[in-house]
Design a protein around this ligand. Structure first.
Ligand code: ZN
Length: 257
């Protein structure tokens, strides 16, 4: 992500923890509410954080491990899907990935749009850009019954033309302010334990230790992430963070506009 973009993202989030009352905080245009229903938790927790998982569904085993960890911590997350994974014409394992999508939705997580084919959208003609942005929303709506409210451009790369199309499709651009570095080395996927060791040996790269209230944390649905996510969440909880979703009035947070 460009420094200017990161700064803009952080500036949007900066107001999240400056309030003195325990009310909801703001994430861009969205109001954030605590996930858990007990209203007293809002008084106890002042450090909300949004977990996001990009690029999937791409690994049913990893997805189920992540879902199990999220359930153990009573947390919900935003899954920004790459639609080609769900398209039988583009991915021979699309039917398996659709099962993962169903399970993610069934557990109350929020689905966002991460583009159809994971391309740098800035280079595309309007027709191809529409396929990547609107076409992916169409497929998500077809499979889940709801159009997504959040769009994360692949690589965080966007332009005024991308921004206009995302807004016209009723979505909010959502980047990230904290990085798990789970995609830093390709070897992490093949040797998931190496990623866990890397994070332990580099506390400055540990998203759980560097997180600040209101952060949007970037993860992927990789095997190494699936191995590490429980530890991340435990460390965040030790620091009194609470896992939240953007709230639009319904349990899944993605009520039709
Ligand atoms: Zn991505």
């Amino acid at each position: 992500m460009k420094p200017a973009t990161a700064l803009a993202c952080l500036m949007v989030l900066a107001g999240c923890h400056s309030r003195s009352d325990p009310g909801p905080f703001r994430l861009g245009a969205a109001t954030i509410e605590p996930v858990q229903s007990n209203p007293w938790r809002a008084l106890l927790y002042r450090k909300p954080v949004l977990l996001t998982f990009d690029d999937g569904p791409q690994d049913l085993v990893a997805d189920r491990r992540i879902l199990a960890a999220l359930s153990r911590h009573h947390a919900r997350a935003l899954w920004l899907v790459t639609c080609k994974r769900l398209d039988p014409a583009m991915d021979p394992q699309a039917s398996e990935h659709r099962v993962a999508l169903e399970e993610i939705v069934a557990r109350g997580h929020l689905i966002g749009n991460h583009g159809y084919s994971h391309l740098d959208l800035r280079r595309l003609e309007p027709g191809a850009m529409a396929h990547e942005i609107v076409g992916c929303s169409d497929l998500i709506a077809q499979l889940t019954g709801r159009r997504p409210r959040y769009f994360r451009p692949p690589f965080g790369a966007h332009s005024p033309a991308v921004d206009r199309m995302v807004e016209a499709d009723g979505m909010q651009l959502l980047l990230w302010s904290g990085n798990s570095y789970d995609s830093l080395l390709a070897d992490f996927k093949r040797h998931p334990r190496a990623y866990v060791d890397y994070v332990r040996l580099h506390p400055g790269m540990d998203a759980a230790l560097t997180a600040t209230p209101g952060d949007v944390l970037l993860f992927h649905d990789y095997p190494n992430t699936a191995l590490a996510i429980d530890g991340f969440m435990t460390r965040l909880e030790r620091r009194d963070f609470q896992f939240v979703l953007p709230d639009h009035g319904d349990a899944a947070g993605n009520q039709a506009r």
